[in-house]
Ligand binder design. Structure first.
Ligand code: PMP
Length: 323
């Protein structure tokens, strides 16, 4: 679907997967006007296909578009268009447990121009791709390196928007963490470099003395849809959730006192991911003996059960895709 100033969004179409042709001067190549989303469709044994809270992805996409001075989309239209797109060939969607259809909607600036300003033309594309199970060999806790030198997002920046540039700037830290033997980076705030924000593609939660802590949204943390769903589930189970500023010092103190019971990340890719090892300034924190905690497992089973239609969906999160 294309956007032209004065005309709005026009010509939505479903076409076979193929390369895009863009002008080398298209503004997306130079100034990063690029917004994206990520969600999944699940097909269960009866062949029913479900999307998980797709309205939330298009709401967030509009917040990102707004931050980037890009044209907004009609959220209801996008959900309906996505349902039609996924329904084109349901047989294509893997049925085995944990497998799914990954959906990547994105909007890019297409106008050829070297001037630094908002583009007048855009393209919205949705790419679909079957993906294997994230934990093919069972759940495995991730090792996370707390980043001190680089900053992912600052107040007033684009941290809470899902834009390409946020990820571009994070890759060097990821490479360096990998060299040190860690799989992912935990970002701290970009002001005092003290408070926990999020992991590269996940929000984070910590179970401390029976309470669950997660960093409060502050304008530089991505508003994860799995994060929101996790908070709603925990509250529904009567488990206290505290959204607050969490400093690494406070977390380390809880760890030293034996109060840090579990840690996990939340995001579309892994859904719920146990954290087994955190390295902060050389202090190694082995959480729950590098085992997947009880609450982490319970959340994973419940969330994936709802996504596949195997558990009761009391919040109405699942959207069925019909012909
Ligand atoms: N933070 C970042 C930076 C992300 O890229 C993602 C993945 N979209 C998340 C958190 C988790 O968000 P969600 O639960 O909506 O996938």
């Amino acid at each position: 679907m294309d956007y032209t100033e004065g005309k709005g969004w026009h010509d939505p179409q479903i076409v076979p997967y193929s390369p895009l042709t863009l002008d080398p001067a298209a503004m997306v190549f130079h100034y990063g006007q690029a917004v994206f989303e990520g969600l999944k469709a699940y097909r269960n044994q009866e062949g029913k296909v479900r999307l998980f809270r797709p309205d939330q992805n298009f709401k967030r996409m509009n917040r990102s578009l707004e931050r980037m001075s890009m044209p907004l989309i009609d959220e209801d239209f996008m959900v309906e268009a996505l349902k039609q797109l996924v329904a084109v060939d349901k047989e294509w969607i893997p049925i085995e447990s944990g497998q799914s259809l990954y959906i990547r909607p994105f909007v890019i600036a297409t106008e050829p121009c070297f001037g630094v300003r908002a583009s007048h033309t855009y393209k919205l594309v949705i790419v679909l791709s079957p993906v294997g199970a994230y934990y093919a060999g069972g759940m495995k806790p991730v090792k996370i390196y707390v980043e001190n030198n680089y900053v992912r997002a600052v107040r007033g920046g684009t941290g809470n928007a899902k834009v390409a540039g946020n990820y571009a700037g994070s890759l060097k830290a990821q490479v360096e963490a990998k060299e040190k033997g860690y799989e992912q980076v935990l970002w701290l705030d970009g002001v005092e470099n003290k408070y926990i924000e999020e992991v590269g593609s996940m929000n984070v939660f910590f179970k401390v003395k029976g309470e669950v802590w997660t960093p409060a949204l502050n304008g530089s943390i991505l508003e994860g849809i799995t994060r929101d769903s996790t908070i709603q589930l925990l509250k529904d189970w009567g488990i206290p959730v505290v959204e607050k500023r969490i400093s690494m010092e406070d977390l380390h103190t809880a760890y030293v006192n034996g109060e840090l019971e579990e840690a996990f990340g939340t995001g579309t890719a892994a859904v719920i991911s146990p954290v087994g090892d955190l390295n902060w300034n050389g202090h190694q924190m082995i959480i729950n003996g590098e085992k997947t905690g009880e609450l982490t497992t319970r959340l994973y089973d419940e969330m994936t059960g709802i996504q596949c239609g195997e558990r009761e969906d009391k919040f109405g999160w699942s959207v069925e895709v019909t012909e």
